[in-house]
Write a protein that binds this ligand. Structure first.
Ligand SMILES: Cc1cc2nc3c(=O)[nH]c(=O)nc-3n(C[C@H](O)[C@H](O)[C@H](O)COP(=O)(O)OP(=O)(O)OC[C@H]3O[C@@H](n4cnc5c(N)ncnc54)[C@H](O)[C@@H]3O)c2cc1C
Length: 383
């Protein structure tokens, strides 16, 4: 299996994640899914091991790791609990924006693990087209801003400490501005949590904002330049980590599938399920699809780190490759594990349900195929 090739400090951190995944995350995954319960104990274990400050620079007290390590961490967690991996993925996306534009105090707090973050981009008014928010930011007295919004489907809603928040610009031209917003700010309201099909433990919920007052200084980047931040910082982090979560899920479902088909069989003959060549062929397809997807994931990270000419293409391909391959691999797992896959005990159905989300999380797969096609045909992506 192709490895993420982390440096010494990254490898030590990944070893810590491996231990937490095996001891804690794996243990709680089933109940958190059934009860749609936020994986608080998992996040606290990761926080205690310093993982919330993974990508914060060393100068502010973080571990100074990058996208490669974040992808490795999310991939490992997703093998046990994709919901927990999604929470961490969104935290690292938010942290990347704060590292790029946050003030030193905020960066130090993130590095110290004091804040869990998430992206609050998606809105009822612009749905998956997060780059055109319809929510507003209105300049108010004393250098403050009033936010009004109807956000939909926000991971870690009400469970995290701060949101990276999109709105129309306050005064400048442009599609959007970004802000950081404390999750307990007066005027924020939480809608009912979705009883979702999958990723049920990630506390996805709508968030309303009515005249939420924040300091104007909470803006991240220039007014009106949110789009540049979304495309330049958020998209690579989101796309690659989403791919990593899909990869971890696929590894998780393959492990459980192999355990089932090699462990269970037919009493009348003593044969195991894996003795059917068709079953082994489908297991082989799963392994091969995962490895093809993983190879593109590692190449995308490499392209971004080296600033290669094809980095933008790899960013667009990354999420959609992971998401769509994951749908195929999870379909195969359901077929190979038969009626047993419909039960909760071997956990294949949990992974199957969780795997459905990636292709409809923005940018949705259909939009990504269109963007890649436009790029290939030399057409502007957002025209
Ligand atoms: C589990 C989960 C967690 C989430 N967490 C967050 C979060 O933390 N923060 C956040 O901001 N958002 C989050 N979201 C929201 C997510 O990013 C999307 O905005 C949302 O899922 C889009 O759903 P929709 O029904 O609004 O999509 P629509 O915009 O209604 O799209 C529906 C379908 O229309 C088609 N379509 C739409 N646009 C295009 C296009 N440009 N080209 C081609 N086809 C298109 C596609 O087939 C698409 O699947 C989460 C979603 C889920 C499911």
């Amino acid at each position: 299996m192709q490895s993420f090739n982390l440096d010494q400090s990254g490898s030590a951190l990944l070893t810590a994640v491996d231990r937490i995944a095996a001891d804690t995350i794996q243990k709680h995954a089933r109940d958190n899914d059934v009860e749609a319960r936020f994986p608080r104990e998992n996040i606290e274990a990761l926080r205690a091991a310093g993982l919330l400050g993974l990508i914060s620079a060393r100068e502010v007290g973080g571990h100074g790791q990058g996208l490669r390590a974040a992808a490795a961490v999310c991939e490992r967690i997703a093998r046990e609990c994709p919901s927990t991996a999604m929470v961490m993925k969104m935290h690292y996306c938010g942290s990347a924006v704060i590292e790029a534009h946050g003030d030193p105090d905020l960066r130090r707090a993130i590095a110290a693990g004091k804040h869990l973050t998430t992206l609050a981009f998606s809105e009822f008014g612009s749905r998956s087209h997060f780059w055109v928010p319809v929510s507003t930011a209105t300049p108010a007295p004393n250098d403050t801003i009033l936010l009004n919004a109807n956000k939909q489907l926000i991971t870690s809603a009400g469970e995290c400490d701060l949101y990276i928040w999109s709105s129309k610009p306050a005064a400048a031209e442009g599609l959007s501005s970004l802000w950081w917003v404390p999750s307990r700010a007066p005027g924020l309201t939480l809608g009912d949590r979705y009883q979702g099909l999958g990723l049920r433990a990630n506390a996805s919920a709508p968030i309303g904002a009515v005249d939420v007052e924040i300091p104007a200084a909470n803006r991240l980047g220039a007014d009106g330049k949110g789009f540049d931040l979304m495309m330049g910082v958020v998209l690579p982090w989101f796309s690659v980590q989403n791919h990593a979560v899909s990869t971890g899920m696929m590894e998780g479902v393959l492990r459980r599938t192999v355990a089932h088909v090699t462990g269970q069989g037919y009493d009348y003959s003593g044969a195991k399920i894996a003795e059917f060549p068709q079953v082994r062929g489908n297991v082989a397809r799963m392994r091969t699809k995962i490895d093809m997807s993983r190879a593109l994931l590692i190449d995308a990270i490499d392209a971004i780190e080296r600033g290669r000419d094809d980095a933008q293409l790899r960013v667009l391909q990354s999420k959609v490759t992971g998401a769509e391959t994951s749908l195929e691999v999870h379909d195969l797992a359901m077929r190979v594990c038969g009626g047993a896959a419909y039960r909760k005990d071997i956990a294949v159905e949990r992974f199957f349900r969780d795997s459905r989300a990636a292709s409809v999380m923005a940018p949705v797969s259909d939009a990504l195929w269109d963007f890649i096609g436009k790029a290939e045909c030399g057409m502007p992506l957002f025209a």
